[in-house]
Design a protein around this ligand. Structure first.
Ligand code: RIB
Ligand code: CA
Length: 320
């Protein structure tokens, strides 16, 4: 069976991506690596542990990763208006008993090493889905570029090629949080698929979805309904045209597992590193001539097929 690592900056859509992945029978989640982003990395890790506990999966390893971008400290992105102060909409989950980085955990605190070890072990069977800044992936490339290039594929949520950004007119949040890491990853030659705002703004969860989760009568259904309700409130205030909350991170997992959900266009991608366009992902077709590697960029999505699958898998994941 195919193996999966999720690299999460555990906010609300990251939590939905995790639930979706756990309810996907075609893949085995072998670990979660955490990165700063929606929340500091320690909060991201805590949220991963507690959401796994909520979903009855205390067995999945959680490894702490980067707490800052490659270039200096940089601001920790406080997306409180979107994800709440604790990253999960202010919802108080029962605390998992385990702690990250416990002394008997061989991969404690070293997300990049965990990813490389998994790449060496599983090779072409391993999928990696980063849904936050690409810092852990850039660090893994530093450790072993060959192993990272040999894995099955990395499908990341981030970027915007044909549409505006969401944190600046040009930049999407995950790329803007660490443009240097994104630039290294995009130029690395790893097999990459970008699931950016071009497609993630076309798939939304609605209040009807969360009513269905509440009706399941489970703790998980109630907690996810509360989390996603606050996420929808934030989207209705800022981007009402989306018609609910954008399902950025779940879509990246879904496309990783089933690439046929998206139509992609292959091009070398660059990242602007300076000036007001810092963090923009931009096609660089002339770079083909100098041998630059291409990235598959999702430009269209079968929204109906994805949403059907999302609803079915979330209901399954939240039923226990
Ligand atoms: O731009 C959307 C991305 O930013 C998502 O991954 C969301 O979780 C936030 O991190
Ligand atoms: Ca995310």
């Amino acid at each position: 069976m195919r193996k999966l690592i999720l690299d999460l900056d555990m906010g609300i859509d990251d939590a939905m991506a995790l639930c979706f992945a756990l309810a996907s029978p075609e893949v085995e989640l072998v670990g979660i690596t955490c990165v700063f982003g929606n929340v500091p990395v320690g909060v991201s890790a805590r949220n991963c542990l507690d959401v796994l506990h909520l979903l009855g999966r205390d067995d999945i390893p959680v490894i702490v990763g980067a707490d800052r971008p490659l270039a200096g400290m940089g601001p920790h992105r406080a997306f409180q208006a979107v994800h709440g102060a604790n990253g999960i909409g202010g919802v108080e989950l029962e605390r998992a008993r385990r702690e990250v980085g416990r002394p008997d955990d061989p991969a404690r605190g070293d997300a990049a090493r965990f990813i490389v070890q998994a790449a060496l072990r599983y090779g072409g069977d391993l999928l990696v889905v980063p849904t936050g800044p690409l810092t852990n992936i850039a660090r893994a490339l530093e450790l072993d570029a060959r192993a990272m290039t040999a894995l099955r594929g990395t499908t990341f949520m981030g970027g915007a090629l044909t549409v505006p950004g969401n944190v600046t007119p040009a930049a999407e949040a995950n790329i803007a949080a660490d443009p240097e890491a994104a630039a290294r990853v995009l130029a690395s030659g790893m097999p990459l698929t970008m699931v950016g705002l071009d497609v993630t703004h076309r798939v939304a969860a609605t209040r009807g979805d969360i009513a269905g989760w509440r009706a399941l009568g489970t703790d998980a259904g109630a907690a996810f309904a509360q989390m996603v309700e606050s996420y929808i409130d934030a989207y209705e205030a800022a981007d009402p045209w989306i018609g609910g909350c954008a399902l950025h991170d779940p879509l990246a997992v879904a496309v990783a597992l089933d690439p046929a959900l998206a139509v992609t266009y292959e091009t070398p991608l660059a990242v602007d590193l300076t000036g007001p366009l810092r963090g923009r992902t931009i096609g660089d077709e002339p770079a083909w001539a100098s041998g630059a590697p291409g990235v598959e960029v999702a430009l269209d999505v079968d929204a109906t097929a994805f949403l059907d699958r999302f609803r079915e898998r979330m209901a399954r994941g939240l039923s226990a």
